[in-house]
Structures are given as structure tokens and as C-alpha cells.
Ligand binder design. Structure first.
Ligand SMILES: *[C@@H]1O[C@H](CO)[C@@H](O)[C@H](O)[C@H]1NC(C)=O
Ligand SMILES: *[C@@H]1O[C@H](CO)[C@@H](O)[C@H](O)[C@H]1NC(C)=O
Ligand SMILES: *[C@@H]1O[C@H](CO)[C@@H](O)[C@H](O)[C@H]1NC(C)=O
Ligand SMILES: *[C@@H]1O[C@H](CO)[C@@H](O)[C@H](O)[C@H]1NC(C)=O
Ligand SMILES: *[C@@H]1O[C@H](CO)[C@@H](O)[C@H](O)[C@H]1NC(C)=O
Length: 208
């Protein structure tokens, strides 16, 4: 229950000021095959703001997180492999997320309930956001992800603008600290195991 976007959330359509062009990105768009291609691969968790006290507390325990999305566009699921460093330990988890294309949400079963997050794109294709409970002011949340652990001021500015759109404060941001990441060796081990499996299956095909 520690990942910002594995949190128990239920998102509804945010009530936003449609007049403000800076906030146009904050409206959830339908998820397409192109969307899924865009979010496929490795991402780093950069920062988040959570008003929900429980989420704020669990995200506060996270030192660093990176993860891989592997969408299956025929099944409308995403395999998620996540590497979280918290309390000085690397924790690896894999799970599947559901895709609700029409309403632009991803979902995950946590403790028997289906929880939703809104996928929000930034102008920069190498970053994106998840929004949580935007309609429910006391529990609002917004989290920010990038292809690299280090983000530029320009990239961060898009996150700051998004926070402003939904009335969250920059002073509330909790940042990941990539320097504290302890999951590098486990990721490497997994990569090597997968390479071996691939070679193994090629051999099977060749000899079969
Ligand atoms: C990993 O998965 C287990 C079982 O679903 C869960 O209890 C645990 O909180 C998860 N850990 C993280 C860091 O997400
Ligand atoms: C999104 O779509 C799914 C399935 O199509 C539905 O169960 C869910 O209630 C929808 N959520 C919202 C916020 O509309
Ligand atoms: C979130 O947690 C941090 C400590 O990790 C605390 O300083 C901050 O006040 C909390 N914010 C909210 C909205 O609860
Ligand atoms: C997607 O899921 C289907 C059904 O489980 C499976 O046959 C197919 O190989 C999967 N595709 C990918 C790219 O994993
Ligand atoms: C998305 O990709 C799937 C699998 O290749 C395909 O069946 C489907 O028609 C595509 N959808 C669109 C809108 O192109």
C-alpha cells in the first residue's frame, strides 16, 4: 500500500476551470493505443502532493520508486513491475492494472476494491501525471513521473502549473530522492534472468 499510484483511490471527473488554457491538460482524455504506447516502458516517480492523510503518510515513507509498464492492448491490461525503496530496503512488486479507455483511467484491485486513477499527459512526452480524488478537495492528490530520475526546471514547471490548476500548493510537494535508490542491483538481476529466458526459448524453437 505504499506506491503513490497503487493507493486506494477513486477518481471522478475533476471540476476544473475550463476557461483557463493552462488547465486544459487537466481534463482526462480517452486512452487509445497510442496513449498506451506512450506510457509503455520505464518511469521514475518524481514527486507528489496528497491531501489524503493516509496516502500522504505512505508516500512520505518512499525514498525512491521506478517501474515498468508493459501494456497488453488486446487484453486492456498493463503489467506493472515496480521497484520501491523505503525504510532503506528495496521492495519489488508486480501486478496488473486495468484500463478504462473511455474515461481515461487505470485501475487496480487493492484489498478487494477497484481503485481508479486518472492518467494526465503533460506537453512534454517524457513526463506524465496521475490525479487522485480531484473532485474531493480534502483528499486530492497529484503525482508526477518522468523517463529520467533527474527532471529539468522546465519539466517541473508543468507539474507546478497543474498543481495550481487544482488548487494544490507547491509547498506541499514531497519529492523522491533518486540517490537513495537501492533497487538497481535487483533490476539488473531481473534483466539478466529475462535475457536467459529469451535465449532459452529461442533454443527451444531452434531445437524443436
Ligand atoms: C507489494 O505487494 C504486497 C502484496 O500485494 C503488498 O502487501 C505490499 O504493500 C506491496 N508493496 C509495495 C511497496 O507496493
Ligand atoms: C470508468 O469506466 C469503468 C469501466 O468502463 C467504470 O466501471 C467506471 O465507473 C468509470 N469511472 C468513471 C469515473 O467514470
Ligand atoms: C504530509 O506529510 C508530511 C511529512 O511527510 C507533512 O510535513 C505534511 O504536513 C503532510 N501534509 C498533509 C497535507 O497532510
Ligand atoms: C496479451 O494477452 C493475451 C491473452 O492473455 C496473450 O495471448 C498475448 O500474448 C498478450 N500479448 C502480449 C504482447 O503480451
Ligand atoms: C488497438 O490495437 C489492437 C491490437 O492491435 C487492435 O485490435 C485495435 O483495433 C486497435 N485500436 C485502434 C483504435 O486502432
Amino acid at each position: 500500500m505504499a506506491l503513490p499510484w497503487a493507493l486506494a483511490v477513486l477518481s471522478l471527473l475533476p471540476l476544473l476551470d475550463a476557461q483557463d488554457p493552462a488547465c486544459a491538460n487537466m481534463k482526462p482524455a480517452a486512452i487509445t493505443n497510442a496513449t498506451l504506447e506512450r506510457i509503455s516502458g520505464k518511469w521514475f516517480y518524481i514527486a507528489s502532493v496528497f491531501h489524503h492523510p493516509k496516502y500522504n503518510q505512505s508516500v512520505g515513507e518512499i525514498q525512491a520508486t521506478f517501474f515498468y509498464f508493459t501494456p497488453n492492448i488486446t487484453e486492456d491490461v498493463i503489467l506493472l513491475r515496480q521497484y520501491t525503496t523505503m525504510r532503506g530496503q528495496c521492495i519489488y512488486n508486480s501486478s496488473y492494472l486495468g484500463i478504462q479507455r473511455e474515461n481515461g483511467t487505470l485501475s487496480k484491485y487493492v484489498g478487494g476494491t477497484q481503485n481508479f486513477v486518472n492518467l494526465l499527459f503533460t506537453k512534454d512526452p517524457t513526463t506524465y501525471m496521475f490525479s487522485f480524488y480531484l473532485e474531493d478537495e480534502p483528499n486530492q492528490g497529484l503525482s508526477f513521473y518522468a523517463r529520467k530520475q533527474e527532471v529539468t526546471q522546465e519539466q517541473l514547471r508543468e507539474f507546478h502549473e497543474a498543481l495550481k490548476c487544482v488548487g494544490l500548493q507547491e509547498t506541499e510537494i514531497l519529492y523522491a530522492d533518486g540517490k537513495k535508490d537501492l533497487c538497481g542491483p535487483l533490476e539488473k538481476q531481473h534483466e539478466e534472468e529475462r535475457k536467459k529466458e529469451n535465449i532459452g526459448s529461442q533454443v527451444d524453437i531452434e531445437s524443436g
